[in-house]
Structures are given as C-alpha cells and as structure tokens.
Write a new protein. Structure first.
Length: 209
C-alpha cells in the first residue's frame, strides 16, 4: 500500500501538531530507518529561525536538535555574536537521521535533494506557524530546504534573500563543516562564520525595531 505523500496530508496548525505528524511521516526512505523524528524547538514567536541539515546520531538519541558536537560549537559562536539561542527556533531541513551502519556505529549520510524537497513541506509548516523575521540556513542542504533550490555558500553568504512570506533568509556554513577543518583554513572559515553571525544579529535588530 502506498504511503501518503506529505502534500496529501492535512497541514498541522500547531507546532505540537507538526511534531506528532512528522513521527508518522514515511514520505521518503529516511523515515523508514531505525531512527525517530526530531522536532524543532524554541519559542513559538521566535524572530529568528535557525535551520540545519538533519539530526545527527546524538540528536536522534536525545530527540532534540543541535545537541551534538556541531550544536555545541554553534552555541559558542552564537554567544560570541550576542545571539541568544533561547530566543531562536532551531530545526532541521530533514527531520530524521539518515545514516549507514558500520558495525555498531551509525555514520551520517547526506540527504538527497529529493529527500530535502520532500521534507520541505514540514519546514514550511514550522515557518508558517513561527513566522520568523529572519531564517538562518546552515549549509547547502538547509539552504535548499529554505529556498527550494541549491545555492553555493560562498556566493550567497553575507546578504539577505527575500522570501515569499516577507522574511529574509541568510546562508552560512554548517558548524559540522568547521569541525572537519584544521590549520589556516579552519581559522579563515571560523572568521567568515563569525562575520555571518554578526551580520545576522545586526540585521535581526533592524527587522525587529
């Protein structure tokens, strides 16, 4: 029997409703893996929404977004920029952890564009409910989830992109990318990441005056 596509489902009108619905979503193969849906978290009226790629192994086990190594790095960089995580709504473009097994380990596997596009329906429901003024996309997958198209971080970072609902999207690297670097390249990418967050903070203050 064919699983219903997300677009055929009734759109939830509350965040708890979205959370319940994504637990039952099998519109793409990721939802059929041995994992659980990880809902976004944060204030219902947060002016800033931060979007990552997908839950990792730690997030899948905890049932919360951005609590693994990349999340801890993000917390440090947000604090440095003067952005309070508690006032932002954090979520992911894809709601389930995609992985391959290597013995007892579950190794991250990037979602395909088709899987990101399928899960975009849920991300748009969260955006419609929270109605943030600014959406910060962390990495290429998150940017596609927000914008509906693939962009290059180097060409898109540093400026706002108008969204159809009146919000602005900003694009930067994913913290997990910084964790994989070393030496001079790591220092340069950290500088760019910090500059992006500083620009987001300034623009968010302009939008919420």
């Amino acid at each position: 029997m064919r699983e219903p596509d997300s677009s055929e489902m009734e759109a939830p009108e509350t965040l708890p409703g979205v959370g319940e619905a994504i637990c039952n979503c099998r519109a793409c193969p990721i939802g059929a893996l041995d994992n659980r849906a990880v809902m976004g978290e944060g204030p219902r009226d947060a002016p800033l929404m931060i979007v990552g790629e997908q839950p990792g192994d730690v997030e899948d086990r905890a049932g919360r977004p951005f609590v693994g190594p990349a999340g801890r790095l993000l917390d440090q960089r947000l604090a440095k920029a003067g952005i309070e995580r508690e006032r932002a709504y954090l979520t992911n473009a894809v709601k389930h952890f995609k992985f391959v097994r290597r013995g007892k380990r579950r190794l991250h596997k990037s979602p395909t564009t088709g899987e990101i596009d399928t899960c975009r329906w849920w991300l748009e429901r969260e955006r419609a409910i929270v109605a943030p003024r600014l959406v910060l996309a962390l990495g290429v997958s998150a940017a596609r989830g927000v914008l509906g198209k693939t962009v290059r971080i180097s060409r898109s970072r540093g400026e706002g992109i108008a969204l159809g609902d009146g919000a602005e999207a900003w694009v930067t690297a994913h913290p997990s990318y910084l964790l994989r670097l070393s030496g001079g390249k790591k220092a340069e990418q950290e500088r760019l990441f910090d500059a992006d967050l500083a620009a987001v903070k300034d623009r968010l203050e302009e939008l919420t005056r």
